[in-house]
Design a protein around this ligand. Structure first.
Ligand SMILES: [Cu+2]
Length: 270
């Protein structure tokens, strides 16, 4: 009986472990699903947070010590000192050193995100007011991705995050994302992959990710773009190579670029 319970528990772990959407009362980042996000979380958890806690603790201690030790009743004749060269040098130098220490790993991560390895899959994301349009330039696939309204949500679909047409990419492959916008500034952001790039009209920004776990990942437009800014989520489904090929063959028919463009032309000429 106990063994059975244990096995069920173990089976349950992956679904809870690989959370990839925001949770109620969440503290910290979403679980990383790419090397780059893993590095970011490590940098944040093991370097930034300890430094922040130490500085806050130290300042709190200094303030408390000053308030108690030098209060009027205990220290009736306050010192008239206005300068202390040694202390002034220290409180300039130490923060500089702390910044340098933080800058080194920070730049390392930044540069690793900036150099895009050879892409296995290229997708283009175009921000519109207020939805995302996607294109797979090498596969002749094009589709729009709208948020699922609250009353149309299927079980398991998160509110304000699920979309009708998800982006599908293969697991463990380098996905290059070309990001642009058609009207105003938007931003394509996926927390689990550590990806966030502005979508600028008339300019193509690039980023990349390599998802290491299969699953559905949610993101949102992250640049205030108008009244429905909060209602243009991003959903990326990471699947196995076989499932991806299967999806591709369906999508090539369903979202065929030429046909969609021909239909638009026909409509326009009518
Ligand atoms: Cu937007």
């Amino acid at each position: 009986m106990l063994k059975k319970l244990l096995y069920t528990f173990i089976l349950l772990i992956p679904s809870t472990l690989y959370a990839n959407e925001p949770k109620d009362w969440q503290l910290g980042f979403q679980k990383p699903a790419s090397q780059s996000m893993y590095e970011i979380v490590k940098f944040h958890d093991y370097m930034l947070v300890p430094i922040i806690v130490a500085i806050s603790g130290f300042v709190l201690f200094l303030m408390a010590y000053t308030c108690i030790r030098f209060r009027a009743s205990r220290n009736p004749n306050p010192s008239k000192r206005t300068h202390n060269v040694a202390v002034e040098i220290l409180w300039t130098l130490i923060p500089c050193l702390i910044l340098i220490v933080m800058a080194v790993p920070s730049f390392k991560i930044l540069y690793s995100q900036d150099t895009i390895p050879k892409a296995d899959v290229t997708i283009k994301a175009v921000g519109y007011q207020w939805y995302w349009g996607y294109e797979y330039p090498d596969e002749n696939i094009i589709f729009d991705s709208y948020m699922v309204e609250e009353e149309d949500l299927k079980p398991g679909q998160p509110r304000l995050l699920a979309v009708d047409n998800e982006v599908v990419v293969p697991v463990n492959k380098v996905v290059k994302v070309l990001i642009t916008a058609n009207d105003v500034l938007h931003a394509w952001a996926l927390p689990s992959f550590g990806v966030k790039r502005d979508a600028v009209p008339g300019r193509v920004n690039e980023t990349w990710f390599k998802a290491e776990k299969e699953g559905t990942y949610y993101g949102q437009c992250s640049e205030l773009c108008g009244i429905k800014h909060a209602f243009m989520p991003i959903t990326v489904k990471v699947v196995s190579e076989e499932d991806y090929q299967e999806w591709l063959s369906e999508a090539r028919v369903k979202f065929a670029k030429e046909e969609i463009e021909n239909d638009k032309l026909k409509l326009a000429s009518k």
